[in-house]
Structure formats: structure tokens, C-alpha cells
Design a protein around this ligand. Structure first.
Ligand code: PMP
Length: 391
């Protein structure tokens, strides 16, 4: 095992070693996190709509915990498919306006499981270079040809579709909103290309579900493209504030996944209480349009404050605001200084993002007030000047 210490030392020397840092909740203050006895404004969580501590969701989970117990006890195909699942999947299909829906334990398992069920050796997957790691791993596990196109570069994708046009099944897969950049996929163009080349289209709405669409259905609905997307995936761990993931689509797709998606078949069902919590969260997501409005306003004003200060931040209008620093060591120092000044703003480094693009990934929540965000942007600007990130 000596090799391990050596490799860890190399990682640490390149400012690339990660460690697990303890955080605590701050009762009554959902936009904050506690670390080392200090209360920090949490600008690094995916709790976009502020539902992680919602009382009605907690109550729904508590009730089901008492009636159903702590665990499902088996996988869904054995005896784990408890009634909260059946109700949730019906509500999801109604919400998305599709034929059927399937809940899978989490987004990582949904992406790996679904891609593995759709394609195999002899098939080809066209995947945006900035797609989430769970998509990348799903393609690798599937053994299909892994063809990555330059980020949002539709000309590049078209040339690759031409090159691989004789492969058996073709799947185009993309994040709807990119997790580390906060920009949107070119969904209209992707729909046109999938039609032209007879490919399937899968969209991951992990960072857009709950946020876009009149009832929080996601970006595909916002753009009126929901019927053009063959496999619609989203998570319950971000806007919903809970945990888990869903796939929406045709009845045949869901039947196929029940038979072929290995993470569904070979893993224990989520605890029923959690599934009941997701159902309640779905009701809140649909009803509380004000949360989407507040988040969108907060994202606009936070982005424009950072841009006006002179930082390089990404395109897009989502609550994910990347502040590009570049160098791994500098980004760690910057993140540390922000923490000293009361902000939880975590550094994201390679391989999560491409080399030379280390960044602070700010992610906002509907529970942040405009005043908190204006003060935060001011603090980021002053700290940026002190640290030499902003000249
Ligand atoms: N897809 C995307 C785009 C993500 O950002 C993430 C999580 N960060 C996932 C999938 C995985 O979801 P989960 O956390 O539920 O496993």
C-alpha cells in the first residue's frame, strides 16, 4: 500500500487533495451552514428552493417513518415497492405530462443505470464534454462507443453524428444546465439533430428541475420541448431538498428500465419515508412559484454584482454562478479567505472541471435574501482584491 501515500503526497503538492469537512445545520436559518463553531452564509449547496428543512416535508417523512418503518427491506422487484412509490410515480408522470415515471435511488445511479440499459457494445453515445461524471461513468460502463463533443458545439456534434451514422443505436445525452458552469444546453438544436439523425435524446435536469417551467417541470418544459425528449432525468437531491432521482418518458421506456436498469434491480429500494417526503416536496415545488421567482431574481442580481466587480463568471441565468480563478492553489486560498469572512464558498478543482479552470462555484437558494447576497458580493469583491484574484 506504500504507493498510496506517495500518490496522496503528489495530489497534496498540486493542491488537488480533497478532504471531508464537517458541516452542521443552523436551526431556523436554512441559508446558512455551521463549520468549526462558526455560522457561514451557505453559497455552496444545491438546496436551490430552500426545501431541505421544509416543515411539511419533514412531517410527511415523520408520519411515514412511524407507519412504514425505517427501511424498505428489499429491492423494488422483490418486496421493496411500497405504496409511497406507486403514488409518487403517478404524481411525477402527471407533473411531467408523460406516460410513466420511475424513481431510482439517486442521480448517479439513474444516469449509470439508464445509459447502461439503453446502449451497449456496437452503439454510440454522443455526450457533451462538460456532462456530469455520472453520465460519463454510465457511458463507460455501457461499453458503447464514447463520443464526446465540444461543449455546446453543435457543428462538432453534427460532424460526429455523420461520422458514426452507421452505428446501431445512437444516444445524445446532455445536462440541461451544466453543473459546474451554470449555462444551458442548446436543447432546440439537440432536438433538431436527434430527429435528423434518428438518435435518442436524454436530458439530465438535475440543476434545472424545480427551477424552470411554470410548475418547476424543468428547462425542457420551459422551452416547450418536453415531448421531443425521449429520456427525461432529474434529481430530488437539489431543488427538492431531499434525495433520489426520477426518469420520465414513455410507458415502454419505463417497462424497459424496470427490466434492464441494474441499479434499480440490484439495489435496495429507498426508505418509504424518504419517498413520502419526495411526494410532499413535489407538491411544494409545484405550488410555490414564488421560490422560482425569488431565485431567478437573486441569480440575476448576484451575477451582475460579481460581473460589475470585474470577476470572470460564466454565462447563463441559473443559480449556479462559477467564478473562474484558474490556478488550484489560488482558488483554495480564496475559498479559505471567504470562509474567514463568513461565506461557505467551496473551491472546485480538476478533474471535476478542466485543468486551468479551478473556480469557486457559487450556488444560490431562494431562502437567501437580496441583502444577504448584496453583502456577500461586496465581501467577495473585497476579498478578491486582497487575495490578488481581482486586480
Ligand atoms: N447529474 C448531475 C448533472 C449532477 O450534478 C448530479 C449531482 N451533483 C447528479 C446527476 C447526481 O445526482 P445525485 O446527487 O442524486 O446522485
Amino acid at each position: 500500500m506504500e504507493w498510496m501515500e506517495k500518490e496522496l503526497k503528489t495530489l497534496a503538492e498540486a493542491s488537488l487533495e480533497r478532504s471531508l469537512r464537517e458541516h452542521g445545520t443552523v436551526s431556523g436559518l436554512p441559508g446558512y451552514t455551521k463549520r468549526g463553531g462558526r455560522t457561514l452564509l451557505n453559497l455552496s449547496s444545491n438546496n436551490y428552493l430552500g426545501l431541505a428543512e421544509h416543515p411539511a416535508i419533514i412531517e410527511a417523512m415523520r408520519e411515514t417513518l412511524l407507519s412504514e418503518g425505517v427501511g424498505a427491506g428489499a429491492s423494488r422487484l422483490v418486496t421493496g415497492n411500497r405504496s409511497p412509490y406507486v403514488q409518487l410515480e403517478q404524481s411525477l408522470a402527471d407533473w411531467q405530462g408523460c406516460e410513466a415515471a420511475l424513481v431510482i435511488a439517486n442521480g448517479y445511479m439513474a444516469n449509470t443505470g439508464v445509459i447502461g440499459a439503453l446502449v451497449r457494445r456496437g452503439d454510440v453515445v454522443f455526450s457533451d464534454r462538460l456532462n456530469h461524471a455520472s453520465i460519463v461513468d454510465g457511458v463507460v460502463l455501457s461499453r458503447a462507443e464514447n463520443v464526446r463533443y465540444r461543449h455546446n458545439d453543435m457543428d462538432h456534434l453534427r460532424s460526429l453524428l455523420n461520422k458514426y451514422r452507421d452505428h446501431r443505436r445512437k444516444l445524445i445525452v446532455t445536462d440541461a444546465v451544466f453543473s459546474m458552469d451554470g449555462d444551458q444546453a442548446c436543447l432546440r438544436e439537440l432536438v433538431a439533430l436527434k430527429r435528423e439523425y434518428g438518435a435518442m435524446l436524454m436530458v439530465d435536469e438535475a440543476h434545472s428541475g424545480g427551477i424552470y417551467g411554470r410548475r418547476g417541470e424543468g428547462l425542457c418544459h420551459e422551452l416547450g420541448l418536453q415531448d421531443e425528449v425521449d429520456i427525461h432525468m432529474g434529481t430530488f437531491s437539489k431543488s427538492f431538498g431531499v434525495y433520489g432521482a426520477y426518469i420520465c418518458g414513455s410507458r415502454s421506456l419505463i417497462r424497459w428500465l424496470v427490466n434492464k436498469a441494474r441499479p434499480l434491480i440490484y439495489s435496495t429500494a429507498l426508505p418509504p419515508a424518504l419517498v413520502a417526503g419526495i411526494s410532499k416536496a413535489l407538491e411544494v415545488v409545484i405550488a410555490d412559484h414564488w421560490r422560482r421567482e425569488r431565485l431567478s431574481e437573486a441569480s440575476r442580481s448576484f451575477r451582475s454584482s460579481l460581473r460589475a466587480a470585474g470577476f470572470i463568471i460564466g454565462a447563463g441565468d441559473s443559480p449556479i454562478v462559477p467564478l473562474i480563478v484558474g490556478d488550484n492553489e489560488t482558488v483554495l486560498r480564496f475559498s479559505g479567505a471567504l470562509e474567514e469572512n463568513g461565506l461557505a464558498a467551496v473551491a472546485i478543482r480538476p478533474p471535476t472541471v478542466p485543468d486551468g479552470t479551478a473556480r469557486i462555484r457559487f450556488s444560490l437558494s431562494a431562502v437567501h435574501s437580496v441583502k444577504e447576497l448584496i453583502d456577500a458580493a461586496d465581501c467577495i469583491r473585497t476579498t478578491g482584491i486582497q487575495m490578488g484574484v481581482l486586480r
